[in-house]
Design a protein around this ligand. Structure first.
Ligand SMILES: Nc1ncnc2c1ncn2[C@@H]1O[C@H](COP(=O)(O)OP(=O)(O)OP(=O)(O)O)[C@@H](O)[C@H]1O
Ligand SMILES: [Mg+2]
Length: 266
């Protein structure tokens, strides 16, 4: 069965179609990377899948249930099954590492302190931070903070984990370490992962499949091997980092002038 099924998803902001008829299926246990240039709609798509935004039309089925028609109370329940690693790691600086990892458990369960503390230890061990409970986030490097974020994301044993730019702000070696951790955890714990990134190296390393987003559409999808050899002109331009291709460096002068005129009229 598909873990997630997105059907004809459309979202318009200010008369601009940011998501333009997206169709995408993600299998159970799969790591799906959503890759694409700045502004193509990656974060918007992610926000829809975790039900922080409502589409204009279309469906998002999670284990067969359409979340676009659920009320907030049911969404809260659904979101408990999700883990989320935010771009910055998003740790609370006033709490210790252990308290940060414990947060979802304290918020969403009635487990007692002792049990929570055991779970926290286990999760920190899984991300290679055994014994770090009592440190403050300010005492950690960027890569370690990411790992604490990851421990927190898996605190509730989620079936689904979302990552927004897991390598953002990390050097290439630390990124590789975090990538490896994501891969290990995904396989070990049988998690379905959705990773949004514009970093190709990461994408090719961790993906079972890559979906390339361009102007709100999935323009190509397949294994890293398939995407590397894609015939699609934009995908080609993107993976080769070429300045020439469908995505121009500059707009034509006429296009530019017409935009200026329309701004004047506002
Ligand atoms: N709430 C909103 N209101 C208006 N426009 C929005 C809103 N959210 C996103 N957009 C627009 O939708 C487009 C896609 O944004 P999005 O953040 O999804 O891109 P992205 O692919 O994540 O880019 P990046 O790689 O830079 O993070 C942008 O042009 C953005 O301005
Ligand atoms: Mg984004």
């Amino acid at each position: 069965m598909n873990m997630i099924e997105i059907k004809n998803l459309i979202k318009t902001y200010d008369n601009r179609r940011v998501l333009d008829d997206i169709n995408l299926s993600i299998k159970q246990g799969e790591t799906m990377v959503i890759m694409g240039g700045s502004g193509c709609g990656k974060s918007t798509l992610l926000r829809h899948i975790i039900s922080l935004a409502r589409p204009d039309s279309g469906q998002i089925l999670i284990k067969g249930q359409d979340i676009t028609v659920m009320n907030e109370a049911r969404l809260v329940e659904v979101r408990k099954r999700f883990g989320m690693l935010f771009q910055s790691g998003a740790l609370l600086n006033s709490l210790t590492v252990g308290e940060n990892v414990a947060l979802p458990l304290v918020e969403h369960t009635k487990l007692d302190r002792k049990i929570i503390s055991i779970i926290v230890k286990m999760k920190l061990e899984l991300v290679g931070l055994t014994g770090f409970e009592n440190l403050m986030p300010s005492q950690l490097s960027g890569g370690m903070k990411k790992r604490v974020g990851l421990a927190r994301a898996i605190a509730m044993d989620p079936e689904l984990v979302f990552y927004d730019e897991p390598g953002a702000g990390l050097d290439p070696i630390t990124t590789a370490v975090v990538d490896k951790l994501i891969m290990d955890l995904t396989k070990k714990l049988g998690i379905t992962s959705i990773v949004v990134t514009h970093e190709m190296k990461s994408a090719f390393r961790i993906a079972d499949r890559i979906a390339v987003l361009y102007k709100g559409k999935v323009v190509d999808i397949g294994t890293p091997e398939y995407i590397r050899n894609s015939k699609h002109p934009y995908v080609n331009q993107f993976i080769n980092g070429a300045p020439d291709g469908p995505e121009p460096l500059r707009r034509s002068k006429d296009d530019y002038l017409s935009r200026l005129t329309s701004f004047d009229e506002d």
